[in-house]
Design a protein around this ligand. Structure first.
Ligand code: CP
Length: 315
């Protein structure tokens, strides 16, 4: 049985297959509408979510399956002190696959050890968010046509932003990807990503503070919000939260072909009027997340609808 804890659980070839499958689902959804008939997805969310939980539910419903679950720790027996290990043993009897979000790093991994069904990490603390990464990769591939040889700027809270950590870990495996890490000193990328992922892989990267200076060279700008829930004190959050705000004026510094992504939710880091810029692709990214999550559910459940799906070539 296979789980999804990190984007590195999948080889580059397998990610190509997932992206190809997601594209096929998007192009011909009717072909997949009964693929998961009789299957159940449990969504166990111990931390707030809109996109991840609802797109997983939408994904399973579009595959003809059913969903059950809880949306907060308070509405589950975690509030009475139940461990994730005990919870997943019980959920294993109720569902065929589980998507779990938890504020503690590694909690979905602990659950997976005791699970009798595939467990998907839907975000664990400041650590990983592999299915957001799959959505990001799928979106980049569909919009710029490749996952290699481009420059990506990651801007904002690079310390606590789990989507950034997962995305960097996934992208260093493609050749010619250059990373521009744009953050204030206090929110720089953690050393376990800088040293163990970027340096070790030999990726080209630089750490800068100025978004304006970085803009002209970027093919992809990945904005992130400052993660209020992971700060130890309100004062630091208030000081840092508006450090980067992408505006129409700043967009004039970017290439015409640059795309803007954001895992969402947005707080204040992208001005609302940027939404009208044709390069603003964060709502497209959220839409594409459903198809890649459909592809992931099918893959982890070992369900093959069409073995002749074309595979993108990123190498
Ligand atoms: N991108 C993302 O994880 O959004 P939610 O927190 O709304 O699930």
């Amino acid at each position: 049985m296979r789980h999804c804890m990190s984007p590195l659980d999948f080889s580059v070839e397998e990610i190509d297959e997932l992206i190809g499958l997601a594209a096929d689902i998007e192009a011909d959804p009717a072909k997949y509408e009964k693929a998961c008939a009789g299957k159940r997805l449990a969504t166990c969310f111990y931390e707030p979510s809109t996109r991840t939980r609802l797109s997983f539910e939408s994904a399973m419903l579009r595959l003809g399956g059913a969903t059950l679950g809880f949306a907060s720790a308070d509405s589950s027996s975690a509030a009475k002190g139940e461990s994730v290990s005990d919870t997943i043993r019980v959920i294993s009897a109720y569902a065929d696959i589980c998507a779990m979000r938890h504020p503690k790093e590694g909690a979905p991994f602990v659950a997976a050890q005791k699970s009798e069904i595939p467990v998907i990490n839907a975000g664990d603390g400041g650590h990983n968010h592999p299915t957001q990464t799959l959505a990001d990769l799928s979106t980049i591939h569909s919009l710029i046509g490749r996952l290699d040889h481009f420059t990506i700027g990651l801007c904002g809270d690079l310390k606590f932003g789990r989507t950034v950590h997962s995305l960097i870990s996934a992208l260093v495996r493609y050749s010619g990807v250059r990373f521009v890490l744009i953050s204030p000193e206090e929110l720089r990328i953690p050393s376990y990503i800088r040293e163990d992922v970027l340096v070790r892989s030999g990726a080209a990267f630089e750490e800068v503070e100025s978004l304006d200076d970085a803009m002209p060279s970027l093919d992809v700008l990945y904005m992130t919000r400052v993660q209020k829930e992971r700060f130890f004190n309100e004062e630091d959050y208030v000081r840092l939260k508006d450090r980067y705000i992408l505006t129409r004026e700043k967009m004039k510094l970017a290439k015409d072909s640059m795309i803007v992504l954001h895992p969402l939710p947005r707080v204040n880091e992208i001005a609302v009027d940027v939404d009208d810029d044709p390069r603003a692709m964060y709502f497209t990214q959220a839409k594409k997340a459903v198809f890649i999550r459909m592809a992931l559910i099918l893959t982890l459940l070992g369900i093959h609808v069409d073995p002749s799906i074309p595979q993108p070539d990123n190498r």
